[in-house]
Design a protein around this ligand. Structure first.
Ligand SMILES: NCC[C@H](CC(=O)O)[C@@H](CN)CCC(=O)O
Ligand SMILES: [Zn+2]
Length: 329
C-alpha cells in the first residue's frame, strides 16, 4: 500500500518529541564524583573543574546535605592524600583505615544511609610515580602485583561499607581478582563490581589529574588505558570483564565514545551500562558556554541525552548538582 513520507506529525509537539526518546534522564541515573582529602577542615575550589571542590572529612556532610535533599542518590569517591610522605611505590595509603576514602565511606554510610556509595579503586592518587599500579624496574606495570594490590584495596573499601567498587586502573584481570576476593571475604552478595571496562587514554583527564594530584610522574597511560582508535579492543575488554564477573560495564570518556557505549549495550545487553562524562568533557562544555558557543544547560542536557541514547542508564557526571535542579523544572 501507499507508504507515507510524512514524519513531522510524530514530533510536532514537545510531549511527542519527549516520547521519541527511548529513555529519559532521571536523578537516579546520576553518580556525582566527590574528591575527599586527608585535610579534615579543607574545602578547596578546584580551578580546572568549574564549581567542583575538594573536601576534608569535616566539610563533607554540610556539602552533601542539600544535594541529598534535592534527590542525589549516589556518589563516587576519589581520595586525595595531601599529607607529605603519604605516597610510595605500592600506593600503601590507598587502603589506609584512617585514609580519606575509608573514613568518608564510614561517615557517609552513617549520615546518609540512603546514599549509594561507589568507591573508585586505583593506586594513581597514592603512588609516588602516579601510575595506576605497581611498576616493574622497566617502568611498565607489574600486572600480577598490581592486580593483587588493587583487589586488596577494593576489599578494604567494601569492608568499610562501599555499596560498589569501581576499579579504574585498567590492569588485566583485576575484575576477576576483585570478584574472587569479594566472594572469599563473604562480601560478594552486597557489593556491586562496576568495571571501567572500556577506558581510553587521551587528553580528557587533565582537570581530574590536577584535582586529584594523580598525574603520572613519567610516561603516560597508553600501555594500559585503551588506544582511542581501538573499537575492537574495547569490545574484547567489555566481553572479558563481563565474563570475569562485572555487574556493570562502564565506558569512559563518554561524549567522544558514544559508539563504544552502544557496543557495550549490544555486548552486555543484560547488564546496566554506565558512562563517565570526564573532567575534560565537563570543562570543555563550561569553557565553550563561557565563550558564548551555546547555553550551558542546553548543551549539558544534550550531551547527557546523547549518552543515554547510546545506551547508558548510569552516568557519572560533574553536572549532577545542576541536573538535580534542572530535572525538577
Ligand atoms: N585511575 C585513573 C583516573 C582517571 C584519570 C586518569 O587516567 O588519570 C579518571 C578517574 N577514574 C579521570 C576522571 C575524569 O577525568 O573525570
Ligand atoms: Zn589510576
Amino acid at each position: 500500500g501507499e507508504i507515507s513520507s510524512q514524519l513531522h506529525g510524530g514530533y510536532s509537539h514537545p510531549l511527542a518529541r519527549a516520547w521519541q526518546a527511548e529513555r529519559q534522564l532521571t536523578k537516579s541515573m546520576l553518580i556525582y564524583p566527590i574528591f575527599v582529602s586527608d585535610q579534615d577542615d579543607e574545602e578547596t575550589a578546584i580551578a580546572a573543574l568549574p564549581n567542583q571542590r575538594r573536601f576534608g572529612m569535616n566539610r563533607l556532610v554540610p556539602f552533601l546535605e542539600p544535594l541529598v535533599r534535592k534527590g542525589l542518590r549516589s556518589v563516587i569517591l576519589f581520595g586525595v592524600p595531601l599529607q607529605p610522605g603519604s605516597k610510595d611505590q605500592l600506593g600503601t595509603a590507598a587502603d589506609d583505615p584512617n585514609g580519606p576514602v575509608v573514613r568518608s565511606i564510614r561517615l557517609i554510610r552513617q549520615r546518609f544511609p540512603q546514599l549509594y556509595i561507589v568507591a573508585d579503586v586505583c593506586l594513581c592518587e597514592y603512588t609516588s610515580h602516579g601510575h595506576c599500579g605497581i611498576l616493574r624496574d622497566d617502568g611498565s606495570l607489574n600486572n600480577a602485583m598490581s592486580v593483587d594490590r588493587i583487589s586488596d584495596v577494593a576489599v578494604a573499601y567494601a569492608h568499610a561499607g562501599a555499596h560498589c567498587v569501581a576499579p579504574s586502573d585498567m590492569n588485566d584481570g583485576r575484575i576477576r581478582a576483585i570478584k574472587l576476593k569479594l566472594i572469599e571475604e563473604g562480601l560478594a552478595h552486597r557489593v556491586m563490581l562496576m568495571s571501567y571496562a572500556a577506558k581510553f587514554s587521551g587528553c580528557l583527564y587533565g582537570p581530574f589529574r590536577e584535582a586529584a594530584g594523580s598525574c603520572p610522574s613519567f610516561g603516560d597511560r597508553k600501555c594500559y588505558q585503551l588506544p582511542p582508535g581501538g573499537r575492537g579492543l574495547a569490545r574484547r575488554a567489555i566481553v572479558r570483564d563481563i565474563n570475569e564477573g562485572a555487574d556493570v560495564i562502564m565506558v569512559k570518556p563518554a561524549g567522544q565514545y558514544l559508539d563504544i557505549i552502544s557496543d557495550a549495550k549490544e555486548l552486555g545487553k543484560d547488564l546496566p551500562i554506565a558512562a563517565y562524562q570526564v573532567s575534560g568533557e565537563f570543562a570543555m562544555l563550561h569553557a565553550a558556554a563561557k565563550a558564548g558557543v551555546f547555553d550551558l544547560k542546553i548543551a549539558a542536557m544534550e550531551a547527557h541525552d546523547s549518552i543515554l541514547r547510546a545506551g547508558a542508564t548510569i552516568i557519572v557526571s560533574y553536572f549532577t548538582p545542576e541536573l538535580l535542579d534542572w530535572l525538577d523544572n
